[in-house]
Ligand binder design. Structure first.
Ligand code: SF4
Length: 303
């Protein structure tokens, strides 16, 4: 049996930070991490668990979706290049050798690709030069469609951006209105196709239970119809999470009238959404959808 004393030197050196850990040190570590990010690290998509998380911006510039409380307590702001450089250095110092275990950079918070293009490209270059890892980010379909062109996305790809994730939640216009997601579905389709045209992959995030019992069928049918019009293929991914109706959100009262689905009903809707999306995509495009549709739980994330 290998113990810390008999381990080869290079292995002992690699694992020594973990052997030295105790509860107090973990608490101190967590506090230091929170001070770097101004609080807990927000959610990231499942294929991006365990990233190097960097904040080009803090919070969400919209922050008005009725069901969402992700960034409610975080003031929105874009970091200056100088501040961003310091931020990256503090992350590098904090993770130290642990960086070697990370395989990607997630650029947050809610919609960092919307940052002024010149500044954004410099930020992407800074990330690449510090970490030399592929870069991923969220995009909101509310404002980005109007602000960024396909050329802008091509530039982002040339500067290291690999995939962006869009919280579509539903393809049903009335649900999007209830959520106060001020976009129309054709804008969301255009945005995805523009991003795909640039060579960047996309992740589409949907929520089972959106629209409750009253809009159950509309949610499935209209979401499948919208997805079928997106140029999705290999390298893209669709995620479906059960929705959480929080009492302290505006959506909660509306959800009472709509009828909240039970956990089992939400899981059933995930299966129905998956089947309908594949069927509709095949019918609309005359070919199968080649990207995975994966269930996940937006309450979970691993850093
Ligand atoms: S759902 Fe997305 S766009 Fe809407 S408030 Fe939350 S983070 Fe912002």
């Amino acid at each position: 049996m290998i113990n810390a004393v008999s381990m080869p030197e290079e292995i002992r050196e690699a694992v020594s930070p973990f052997l030295d850990m105790n509860y107090e040190k973990l608490v101190l570590d967590a506090e230091k991490m929170k001070s770097i990010y101004g609080g807990d690290i927000p959610i990231v998509p499942p294929d991006q668990y365990f990233p190097v998380y960097v904040q080009a911006e803090t919070g969400c510039s919209w922050n008005k979706c009725t069901f969402c409380r992700l960034y409610r307590d975080r003031t929105y702001g874009v970091r200056s290049l100088e501040d961003f450089s310091k931020h990256l250095h503090s992350i590098k110092e904090f993770f130290g050798k642990g960086l070697a275990a990370r395989r990607s950079v997630f650029m947050g918070d809610a919609n960092a690709v919307n940052i002024d293009q010149k500044v954004l490209l410099q930020m992407l270059d800074m990330i690449q030069s510090e970490f030399n890892l592929p870069i991923f980010s969220f995009v909101d379909a509310i404002s980005t469609q109007k602000k960024k062109s396909e050329i802008h996305f091509q530039e982002m790809r040339e500067h290291g951006l690999k995939r962006v994730y869009i919280g579509l939640e539903s393809g049903d216009p009335s649900i999007l209105r209830i959520f106060n997601k001020l976009m129309n579905v054709s804008e969301a389709i255009n945005l995805v196709n523009k991003i795909k045209g640039s060579g960047i992959n996309v992740g589409i995030i949907l929520m089972a239970g959106a629209g409750g019992k009253k809009l159950y069928r509309n949610h499935i049918d209209n979401t499948a119809s919208v997805i079928s019009q997106m140029d999705l293929g290999k390298g893209d991914i669709i995620y479906i999470s059960p929705m959480y109706e929080y009492e302290d959100t505006e959506y909660y009262n509306v959800a009472q009238d709509l009828g909240i689905l039970s956990s089992d009903e939400k899981l059933k809707q995930i299966d129905e959404l998956k089947a309908k999306i594949r069927e509709e995509f095949q019918d609309f495009n005359g070919k199968p959808l080649e990207c995975p549709i994966a269930p996940y739980d937006l309450m979970e994330a691993v850093y």
